[in-house]
Design a protein around this ligand. Structure first.
Ligand SMILES: *[C@@H]1O[C@H](CO)[C@@H](O)[C@H](O)[C@H]1NC(C)=O
Ligand SMILES: *[C@@H]1O[C@H](CO)[C@@H](O)[C@H](O)[C@H]1NC(C)=O
Ligand SMILES: *[C@@H]1O[C@H](CO)[C@@H](O)[C@H](O)[C@H]1NC(C)=O
Ligand SMILES: *[C@@H]1O[C@H](CO)[C@@H](O)[C@H](O)[C@H]1NC(C)=O
Ligand SMILES: *[C@@H]1O[C@H](CO)[C@@H](O)[C@H](O)[C@H]1NC(C)=O
Ligand SMILES: *[C@@H]1O[C@H](CO)[C@@H](O)[C@H](O)[C@H]1NC(C)=O
Ligand SMILES: *[C@@H]1O[C@H](CO)[C@@H](O)[C@H](O)[C@H]1NC(C)=O
Ligand SMILES: *[C@@H]1O[C@H](CO)[C@@H](O)[C@H](O)[C@H]1NC(C)=O
Ligand SMILES: *[C@@H]1O[C@H](CO)[C@@H](O)[C@H](O)[C@H]1NC(C)=O
Ligand SMILES: *[C@@H]1O[C@H](CO)[C@@H](O)[C@H](O)[C@H]1NC(C)=O
Ligand SMILES: *[C@@H]1O[C@H](CO)[C@@H](O)[C@H](O)[C@H]1NC(C)=O
Ligand SMILES: CC(=O)N[C@H]1CO[C@H](CO)[C@@H](O)[C@@H]1O
Ligand SMILES: [Ca+2]
Ligand SMILES: [Ca+2]
Length: 764
């Protein structure tokens, strides 16, 4: 029995019990002539049947096994099933001999989206089955697989009805009109809230302590229209109030904020919890319930114990699949052991490109402690995190980073391997890194990683992945020598080999067409920034002249600041020049134009502070657009401003701006939404993740404390978003629904932005 379908089985159990799920109203009927009022139109069966008392009845011969199709009833027309939508199927059925049948919506060669058993009894029983398709199925049918009664049976089926979930009653929840950082504020930091009001005159605000006593009061500052939310707002600045405490609330008129703290240890638990997300995303190791809670304990994922097919000997894509991805039949003739690493996001694929920025940000958290007066042992050192490697003599944050690095190293194409197809030619790709590895089709939500039965496949090497490996491994090579010289040397060799291979093959790009067969594309047409980053990290580690020459010849060396730092949208997995620039500015080296590099960080930060202070920005967020995963873009901009604080003489201004920029993800936003699990009164509940799809199945938990959702997406598109977010203002394009992968997924590169920022803030 595959645990991958456990949630379905549990629903099937519901169906055969005396309980039916709550009714789902409305939406168009998918099944034509489901009550057989028009005879057998739209239906076909074996053996042929007749309509009796409004039901389609067949004399099914004895024998055969569940799921085989010698006897069946099926629709003759095809219909669409949308990936990650929710459907309910109702039907009434009886059999003169009690036995189990299988109900499917088949879509070969993919697994059926609906695959549930129904236990037939002699009296007609009303079945109701709710399911959420794993894969897009444009042309599926509904099939009752009737083979298998112990004796010949008369089976009757009637009132067949299937509809999409009806979300017409959904309303956006804007939360309290007074938007605060629901975790709270640092005593010596800025304390600003945003109040949604149509009143254009200043109003009185009051800060109450947890006993209800007045702690402070003042006047709001009307700000006019906040463009990104289409809300008229005023701000409340209570920065001067510094008394630590819990349960503070702000009030204006009859509006009251959610409670928050003022505490000098405000970000300490979030620093640790943000890293716990990475531990719980680990592949290839059992997750220890003693460390993170028994509800999160799980077996090692993808270690080739059935039903897993990976990740110990993973082949390249089959040519019929790669033809769709690359328009040519690429494959390879080796397998790789690519265990370990972190699952990328809500899925269980592993991507070198996205792994690169994520592991780099974790290493930057550590490296920062070497060059600022911050002590790694507070919060990040050995024994500080809930990891299996605590107390092994190595800083825990580096232990976590190493889990991903080990995976990335394994994704490198072996030396002297056979040439591989690219653009019609056979190319030597030795030393490059495979772009990604993942299932060959999507699995349902939830799926336990150890129970994923799909074929795992390596996808074509890419220049971008190769440079991500080079950059991340080069960083590791300078951070690990004190703890594990052998590992550091292995990283350096891999980084240099990868860099040389990328120069040999500078334009093997990951195409946008390589998506939706069980994984995302992570396509990127500009790899100059990846070259710039890899050269920078290799130079900082080795002082090699070749890397410095390449760095200076790279077009990013002379690019303007907004290009280098992706201002104002924020750097991201595909735009990584900012990572290079921040490391060149902060890690000691002999780079000749060091002061110009430092100045570029300060200039980028000034541009971001200007965005924050713009009169149309009522929330103090470092964004003007809301792309997919916008919370990470906002936090990556905080990283730039916070880095400026360590480089500037007027560091207080940058520090204040960066701290205020964090408030956005913790609730100072148009929806008063804390996007971080368990932090804040109105925090995200239903992240899109196969590990944490509690909304679909009680058998799995909600996401753990510190997991951050991607957040508002002005181009949101997924089944819930398409239904409920039409015409939304960018900052409000968010729906806390497990199926909203475009607004509510979790991802390692978003978690790493959070980790960097809150690790910095915890030290303020
Ligand atoms: C299924 O049956 C329930 C209970 O009668 C009803 O409320 C619901 O609307 C039905 N759904 C469909 C898709 O027919
Ligand atoms: C009934 O089925 C016939 C074909 O068998 C079709 O022509 C007709 O339109 C159907 N009527 C309804 C009401 O669906
Ligand atoms: C029955 O199953 C066989 C083998 O799986 C398949 O080739 C055939 O098309 C199926 N027939 C129907 C009517 O579904
Ligand atoms: C469908 O369900 C049957 C019965 O539980 C099971 O044997 C079969 O493996 C399932 N098929 C898939 C593709 O999961
Ligand atoms: C189908 O549903 C209708 C309306 O609820 C009901 O009157 C009828 O008895 C049902 N037919 C069967 C065969 O269950
Ligand atoms: C606002 O506060 C001021 C000073 O505390 C007070 O004089 C005034 O009456 C208040 N206004 C309102 C509308 O409560
Ligand atoms: C905070 O206090 C300082 C010094 O008393 C004062 O200049 C400033 O206006 C106050 N700021 C706010 C927002 O009240
Ligand atoms: C891959 O193909 C090359 C060239 O045909 C051959 O020499 C090599 O042995 C093959 N490797 C494997 C693992 O099959
Ligand atoms: C695969 O890699 C893991 C982790 O490095 C290792 O424990 C395991 O032995 C390897 N398996 C094989 C077959 O090489
Ligand atoms: C690759 O080939 C070179 C010669 O072409 C040889 O020196 C080297 O040992 C080979 N490396 C591996 C890992 O087989
Ligand atoms: C920091 O000081 C520089 C130089 O005086 C100035 O240009 C910049 O705007 C200041 N930045 C902030 C955030 O105040
Ligand atoms: C074979 C077949 O029925 N193909 C259809 C699948 O669905 C798409 C989109 O709905 C149709 O355009 C095809 O004709
Ligand atoms: Ca450790
Ligand atoms: Ca790029």
């Amino acid at each position: 029995m595959k645990h991958a379908i456990l949630p379905f089985l549990s629903l099937a159990a519901l169906a055969v019990g005396q309980v039916t799920p709550p009714p789902i109203p409305g939406t168009p009927q998918i099944i034509q002539n489901g009550n057989f009022a028009n005879g057998t139109t739209g239906w076909q069966s074996s053996p042929p049947g007749t309509i009796m008392n409004g039901m389609y009845c067949m004399n099914v011969p004895a024998g055969g096994s569940l799921g085989s199709n010698t006897s069946y009833l099926t629709t003759t027309y095809q219909f669409l099933e949308t990936k990650n939508d929710v459907y309910t199927l109702n039907f009434t059925a009886s059999s003169s001999v009690g036995y189990d049948i299988l109900v499917q919506t088949p879509d070969p060669p993919l697994d059926p989206n609906l695959n549930m058993t129904a236990a037939l009894t002699t009296s007609p029983y009303p079945f109701s089955m709710t399911f959420s398709p794993a894969n897009q199925a444009p042309n599926t049918t509904l099939e009752f697989l009737l083979t298998g009664p112990p004796r010949a049976a008369t089976v009757c089926i009637g009132n067949v009805s299937m509809k999409r979930i009806d979300r017409s009653a959904w309303r956006q929840d804007y939360g309290s009109a007074i938007k605060v950082n629901q975790l709270g504020y640092l005593p010596n930091g800025p304390k600003v809230a945003t109040f949604v009001t149509t009143n254009i005159a200043p109003m009185n605000w009051t800060l109450y302590g947890n006993t209800g006593a007045v702690s402070a009061s003042g006047r709001t500052r009307p700000r006019g229209l906040d463009i990104a939310s289409s809300q008229t707002v005023a701000t409340i600045d209570f920065s001067n109030f510094t008394t630590e405490g819990t349960g503070y609330t702000l009030s204006v008129d009859d509006s009251t904020s959610y409670p928050f703290s003022i505490s000098s240890s405000l970000y300490e638990s979030l620093r640790a919890d943000s890293l716990r997300f990475f531990y719980q995303q680990r592949s290839g190791i059992a997750i220890d319930g003693n460390l993170v809670g028994s509800q999160y304990a799980r077996a090692a994922g993808h270690v080739q114990i059935p039903p897993n097919q990976g990740d110990v000997a993973v082949p390249c894509q089959l040519v019929n699949e790669s033809l769709i991805a690359y328009l040519e039949p690429w494959t390879c003739n080796y397998t790789l052991n690519v265990t370990q690493g972190w699952y990328d996001a809500g899925d269980q694929g592993k991507y070198v490109v996205n792994g690169g920025i994520s592991v780099a940000q974790l290493m930057m958290v550590y490296e920062r402690t070497l060059y600022t007066n911050t002590n790694v042992s507070s919060g990040l050192g050995d024994g500080s995190l809930r990891l299996p490697e605590r107390n092994n003599g190595i800083p825990d944050i580096l232990d976590e980073a190493r889990w991903e690095l080990e995976f990335m190293l394994k994704m490198q194409v072996p030396a002297n391997s056979t040439r591989q197809l690219f653009n019609g030619s056979m190319v030597d790709m030795s030393g490059m890194a495979h772009h990604k590895m993942h299932d060959n089709q999507w699995t349902p939500l939830p799926t336990d990683p150890s129970q994923d039965p799909k074929r795992r496949e390596l996808h074509r090497p890419s220049t971008a992945a190769t440079l991500n490996l080079a950059a991340a491994a080069a960083m590791a090579a300078r951070l690990f020598p004190a703890f594990d010289a052998t590992f550091a040397a292995r990283c350096l060799a891999a980084a240099e080999t990868a860099y040389a291979a990328a120069k040999q093959n500078p334009a093997i790009l990951a195409p946008g067409t390589d998506w939706d067969q069980g994984g995302g594309a992570y396509n990127d047409n500009d790899v100059s920034d990846e070259f710039y980053w890899a050269a920078a990290e290799l130079y900082l580690t080795t002082s090699g002249q070749q890397y410095l020459d390449d760095l200076k010849a790279n077009r990013y060396a002379t690019a303007n600041v907004s290009t280098l730092f992706s201002v104002p949208s924020g750097f991201s997995w595909g735009s990584v020049a900012a990572l290079a620039q921040m490391d060149l500015a902060t890690v000691p080296s002999n780079v000749s134009n060091h002061s110009a590099i430092v100045q570029s960080v300060l200039t980028a930060a000034d541009m971001l502070v200007a965005v924050q202070q713009n009169s149309s920005n009522g929330y103090g967020v470092f964004l003007t657009t809301w792309p997919w995963g916008s919370n990470s873009n906002a936090l990556n901009n905080v990283q730039v401003v916070a880095t400026a604080a360590s480089l500037a003489t007027n560091s207080t201004a940058y520090r204040t701006a960066a701290l205020a920029g964090i408030d956005y993800v913790l609730g100072r936003n148009a929806l008063a939404q804390s996007y971080i699990r368990t932090y804040g009164t109105k925090n995200t509940q239903n992240v899109h993740s196969r590990l944490y799809a509690h909304e679909l199945s009680d058998l799995v938990p909600q996401a753990p404390p510190g997991a951050m959702s991607g957040g508002a997406n002005q181009a949101a598109s997924d089944p819930p978003a398409d239904d409920v977010l039409q015409g939304c203002a960018p900052m409000t394009c968010y729906v806390d629904d497990v199926n909203s992968y475009s607004t509510n997924e979790v991802a390692i590169n978003w978690g790493s932005a959070l980790t960097w920022v809150v690790s910095w803030a915890a030290g303020q």
